[in-house]
Design a protein around this ligand. Structure first.
Ligand code: SF4
Ligand code: SF4
Length: 78
């Protein structure tokens, strides 16, 4: 009885991608510079520098929108 109650209270509290909510996202070299993530970011943390898309870790609120929209899964939390 006690075991059943205990197990029922265990929940997966991690996000859909298993990431840490506090950690800013980074864009990997898989990026094909399509620009979709920059348009999606609610805090305008993504910009193009040197032809590559980069995330400002100071701005990123780790919402995951960029990872969700990216066709090649380039943004991720380290
Ligand atoms: S995780 Fe959210 S806030 Fe951070 S760069 Fe991606 S879209 Fe912007
Ligand atoms: S959506 Fe993905 S591939 Fe497109 S610019 Fe952003 S990180 Fe690069």
């Amino acid at each position: 009885m006690d075991n059943k109650l205990y197990n029922a209270s265990l929940k997966d509290i991690s996000g859909g991608n298993g990431g840490n909510a506090d950690m800013p996202y980074k864009i990997s070299n898989d990026c094909i510079s399509c620009g979709a993530c920059a348009a999606e970011c609610p805090v305008e943390a993504i910009s193009v520098g040197d032809g590559k898309y980069v995330i400002d870790p100071e701005r990123c609120i780790s919402c995951g929108a960029c990872a969700d929209i990216c066709p090649v899964d380039a943004p991720s939390q380290e």
